[in-house]
Design a protein around this ligand. Sequence first.
Ligand SMILES: O=C(O)CCC(=O)C(=O)O
Ligand SMILES: [Fe+2]
Length: 293
Amino acid sequence: MAPAEKQRAGPASPLGYGCRSIGFNGDVGELEYLLLHANPAAVAHRARTIDAMDPSRFSAIVNEYIEAMKKLACEILDLLGEGLGLKDPRYLSKLTTNADSDCLLRINHYPPSCNIHKLDHDDQCNIKSLVSTKASNGGNLMAGGRIGFGEHSDPQILSLLRANDVEGLQVFVPDHEGKEMWVQVPSDPSAIFVNVGDVLQALTNGRLISIRHRVIATACRPRLSTIYFASPPLHARISALPETITASSPRRYRSFTWAEYKTTMYSLRLSHSRLELFKIDDDDSDNASEGKA
Ligand SMILES: O=C(O)CCC(=O)C(=O)O
Ligand SMILES: [Fe+2]
């Protein structure tokens, strides 16, 4: 597809087709992507700009994928609900299947990071020229590769990621001294990678941790990934589930709505540890553990 055709589905605001620019605060990565609301009406709307000749083809494939991911996310969340001993073990999954849930689907394409000059221009949404400019002045290069998607935690409840057989995803695992340790996730096209999001960390009062991750593009082949973000409705109030609050583990975060969290997220850089802003000071935690959501 030619760059001009792709641009018809953009610019990402934040939904739609985006090229290099991530969010509204100057974050860039060597990728192009499509970000969609994971519901049939939104997919159908976007399909009309993506495949004007036969929009139902795009819609059918994307909706089928979304349905499968939604089901899987629910199964995982129900198991977590049981494991956490929730009075309503389906509480978490119900947040993501509510008619107003704000679930998203993201499709990322990272161009090969070697032989970048040999790429077919039409195939790369102008990434070629932008990458060359950046690389020549040393920008956006790190850790032996180019930043495909900068370090961040996913803000939602759960992310289900599938990718082709090209590596690039790394997760942050602090070592015993809390020093930075980025671990390469081996590629496996038959696997689905499950990430806990910030909201699930808040709901479980920090029992489950939203892992920081990034994509470093080092491969000579394109990386393709698809991520389903299981999310609550905008109006949903997020506060630690009572079953996760104990005397030794008092409420850690003040309650917030998903809309409030999203607004905060969009006002910050991608790498910001935004959940920290909702943390209750130790001095306040006694009161907070008694307070209701
Ligand atoms: O493309 C990937 O492998 C990961 C991208 C990612 O972390 C995201 O879109 O949130
Ligand atoms: Fe992510």
